[in-house]
Design a protein around this ligand. Sequence first.
Ligand SMILES: *[C@@H]1O[C@H](CO)[C@@H](O)[C@H](O)[C@H]1NC(C)=O
Ligand SMILES: *[C@@H]1O[C@H](CO)[C@@H](O)[C@H](O)[C@H]1NC(C)=O
Ligand SMILES: *[C@@H]1O[C@H](CO)[C@@H](O)[C@H](O)[C@H]1NC(C)=O
Length: 356
Amino acid sequence: MPVSNAAAAVSSMDFKKCRKFHVFLVLALVFVISCSVSYKWSISGRRQEAVRGKVTILVWHWPFGNISTLQKDECWDSYHVPGCNLVDNRSLLSQADVVVYHNRELQNGVSKLPLDLPRPPAQKWVWLSLESPSNNGDLRQYGGLFNWTMTYQSDADICLPYGELIPRTTKGNYTIPAKQTLACWVVSNFQSSQKRSEVYMSLKNLIPVEVYGHWANKPLNDEQVLPIISQCYFYLAFENSVYRDYITEKLWYNAFLAGTVPVVLGPPRANYEAYIPKDSFIHVDDFASITELATFLNELASDKERYNSYFRWRSDYYVKIFHSWSEEFCKICKIYERLPPRKIYDDLDSWSRHEP
Ligand SMILES: *[C@@H]1O[C@H](CO)[C@@H](O)[C@H](O)[C@H]1NC(C)=O
Ligand SMILES: *[C@@H]1O[C@H](CO)[C@@H](O)[C@H](O)[C@H]1NC(C)=O
Ligand SMILES: *[C@@H]1O[C@H](CO)[C@@H](O)[C@H](O)[C@H]1NC(C)=O
């Protein structure tokens, strides 16, 4: 051993030399020890990586046909998610750890499940949808096929809300856009039987409501939506159907991002408050009648201080909107280790409709 040789050499040296040599010896020892430790670490690190490997996520078809061009290492290059192999080449089916199926294209026949091909026992099939149960079609045919769900619902395995509030690290200074119009609504598909249509019909007899969208023959393009809605005191963020957690871009994009105060119609107030501050919105259910709601909106618009208080939360949070499908798919890798290793949705239809 070099250490014992060195120790023997020390005894034959004078004191001064010895001290210098002593320092050298300690440094050499530290060097040897640290080298062997880091060697061990690097071996175990490499071994771990080999065991864990990359997680391969296969997108069976792109949602709504919006094909994304994937980079070689999309998740790392675009979103800094390591160890995530996002692919859309179906010939990789047998190698995929996770296969994602967007419900819309399964329902309309654009795509179908590869039930005729062998399915590796550890492979997870993900059922993806952002629609409410009213617009998902018939899910009874999918019992016992999927392992994980990816939806807006809070009890989905992979939650995909339409938006979220991110706490600011330093207090922000939000400027409320100038207001002109009392209430606005964008609607493309008006169905008189929907609850939101009834509320609108009553409300428009009491206060002015500017309506945009195809139904009103005033369609707005992507560049027009935010600037136009930003001039409204209130935005009618009325959901097309009422389900727990079904809080869509009508709130996140049309109201919050535009910089207006949402009047919401959807799940109960308590459900909204799980996502957004209680003083950031007005709930239709807060009022005993539509007349009371109309009176309140009129009063609030003319009380500047009180109206502005609905924007106070914006100094502590900013709004993050659902951004891109590939970003959301890469996020599956981030939580992969925490997702249930064994799971089967025997009755997907009931699961999607159940109340907590
Ligand atoms: C898909 O993968 C197969 C096998 O790896 C390969 O031969 C084929 O060129 C790929 N297709 C595309 C469109 O990249
Ligand atoms: C926010 O902006 C307003 C107007 O620009 C300014 O008067 C105020 O001091 C700012 N507040 C903070 C906390 O930066
Ligand atoms: C995934 O679901 C399939 C179909 O129900 C099932 O056969 C398989 O065992 C499940 N896999 C896991 C790992 O839970």
